[in-house]
Design a protein around this ligand. Structure first.
Ligand code: ZN
Length: 312
């Protein structure tokens, strides 16, 4: 899933107007005073944290697993060239990919990686060489995350990072998690969707979500579709059964990722109240009222299977 970066280029210049348009919705504290790159980083950090916890909860259920070190990377090549001076000024982002966010207790943070660290090499290979080999275009950060994901979990992974004027070699022990990632798309509409590999979350949804329980609810539903291998098509009865199953598994993932399921389904309550169309409400979906009723009845019996490796 790669559209985030391309969309980010398109969205960069209009995002101030976008967020002004969302002024009536709950937002990150003081979000309206911060320049757009700072707000985007806040959104990336929230999504990264939800991603870590859901991927962890989904380990053993997903069709594929991958090495996860608990970071979100960012690269200025994902933005319009005219935005580069602002990115340098506000975020200190220069020519190298940087650590945009990291899970506080994740492998990268435990090893001493810090937000803002510029990535110089992965497993001894300079990022320029990796970029040339993978030819990702503006999707440099995605390509580097895929490079990390392909390393054997449990084996120390060497990251060379530039911090200020010094370069540090830091060894990180990746965890093994569900391979599906959460991709943030700069899009004002309230949207979550998935393809066979990854989940996409719009910045509009991140802004709407009152708390991370609600954000995780939407993401977990889409992750459940990936786990079930759901495809579009089929009759309405089949689609409804798929959606019911995704709601139920999503709720369980939410709970097992240690989010508050009762608070999470509050997202549907507010979507219903606001009469949002489009988001998770195609004709194949039941009404938000019916979905809420179903999910609410499932909360008391939520349970998590024991994990083979609770440390990860
Ligand atoms: Zn669905």
């Amino acid at each position: 899933m790669s559209t985030i970066f391309l969309r980010r280029i398109l969205a960069a210049r209009v995002i101030a107007a976008i967020l002004a348009g969302l002024g009536g919705l709950p937002a990150v504290v003081h979000a309206e005073e911060a320049p757009w790159p700072v707000r985007l980083r806040q959104d990336m950090a929230r999504v990264q944290q939800v991603e870590w916890r859901l991927r962890q909860a989904a380990d053993g259920l997903c069709p594929r697993t991958a090495a996860d070190i608990g970071v979100a990377l960012d690269d200025r090549r994902a933005y319009a060239r005219t935005d580069w001076p602002l990115l340098a000024q506000v975020l200190g982002m220069a020519d190298r990919p940087v650590v945009a966010a990291l899970t506080p207790d994740g492998p990268a943070a435990q090893a001493g990686i810090l937000p803002g660290d510029a990535i110089e090499a992965i497993a001894g290979e300079p990022v320029e060489v990796i970029i040339a080999r993978r030819r990702p275009g503006p999707l440099v950060a995605d390509a580097l995350l895929e490079e990390i994901a392909a390393t054997p979990p449990g084996d120390p992974l060497a990251l060379s990072v530039r911090r200020g004027s010094i370069t540090k070699d830091i060894f990180v022990i990746p965890a093994r998690h569900c391979a599906a990632r959460l991709v943030l798309e700069t899009d004002r509409s309230v949207d979550a969707h998935s393809d066979a590999r990854n989940v996409s979350i719009s910045t509009g949804l991140v802004t709407l979500a009152r708390n991370d329980d609600e954000l995780a609810m939407a993401a977990a539903h889409e992750l459940a579709h990936i786990i079930h291998g759901d495809h579009k098509g089929g009759g309405i009865g089949k689609r409804r059964r798929m959606e019911d199953a995704a709601d139920s598994l999503g709720l369980q993932l939410l709970h097992c990722a240690r989010y508050d399921a009762a608070r999470g389904i509050g997202l549907f309550e507010r979507l219903r109240a606001r009469d949002w169309l489009g988001f998770l409400s195609a004709p194949t979906h039941r009404s938000f009222a019916k979905r809420l009723e179903r999910l609410d009845s499932e909360i008391p019996s939520l349970a998590c299977p024991p994990r083979p490796n609770p440390a990860q």
